[in-house]
Ligand binder design. Structure first.
Ligand SMILES: [Mg+2]
Length: 216
């Protein structure tokens, strides 16, 4: 094992912080004000683009000739500090992790930087892989996973992926990664064969990694 790939949103901070609701408002505003989509068509289009492409952005690129960089700047211009504060437990955990930590997100690097700083985690990630890594193709599309592995010069079996979205871990498992689901996605008693472990919060990953590395 060489690397731990952490998702950002709702993985490095709890969904209860509700940061995404701020971004959500910005996405709607972008579609109405910048792309000039009728307000009553926005929700339906977002649902369709999510279903068909995994992100609203991919739909806007394909059907509305949107500049992805302009979109990313606009939708991530939110007051991160109003929702997120320093996480001392997570900081201590990452500080003591025996593997290199990376962020692997469908968001943008500037958003990552703001969130990481607000959490007090500056300097704890070796690198950030954002939505740009595979031409704005999001997880769970295989392309960004392959690109991350290429850049790290690692095989999937050398990586652990931590994410709050089961479908992102399903693809990680196809690449041979160990997978950790964070949060409540399993609380209904469902089980996923591609989830190796489940944690309530990412700060608890230290003990799990110690166990895995011991038996490896
Ligand atoms: Mg997430």
């Amino acid at each position: 094992m060489k690397a731990v790939l952490f998702d950002l949103d709702n993985t490095l901070y709890a969904p209860q912080c509700d940061l995404f609701s701020l971004i959500d408002v910005r996405i709607n505003r972008y579609m109405e004000d910048v792309v000039a989509i009728e307000p009553n068509a926005v929700d339906g289009l977002r649902r369709r683009y999510w279903k068909d492409y995994g992100t609203t952005l991919q739909g806007l690129i394909r059907h509305h000739v949107v500049d992805p960089e302009d979109y990313l700047d606009y939708v991530h211009a939110v007051d991160v500090g109003s929702r997120i504060s320093v996480d001392h437990d997570l900081k201590a955990t990452l500080n003591n992790l025996p593997l290199s930590s990376y962020v692997f997100t469908n968001g943008s690097r500037c958003h990552v930087d703001r969130v990481v700083t607000a959490l007090g985690l500056d300097g704890l990630f070796v690198d950030v892989f954002d939505i740009r890594i595979a031409a704005y193709q999001p997880k769970p599309n295989p392309d960004p996973y392959q690109q991350v592995l290429n850049e790290l010069a690692l095989s999937g079996t050398q990586c652990i992926m931590v994410d709050d979205q089961p479908q992102n871990l399903e693809m990680a498992k196809q690449f041979g990664m160990k997978t950790v689901l964070v949060g409540a996605a399993l609380s209904d008693g469902q089980q996923y064969s591609y989830v190796d472990a489940q944690l309530d919060r990412t700060a608890d990953i230290g003990k799990l990694l110690d166990e895995w590395l011991e038996v490896a």
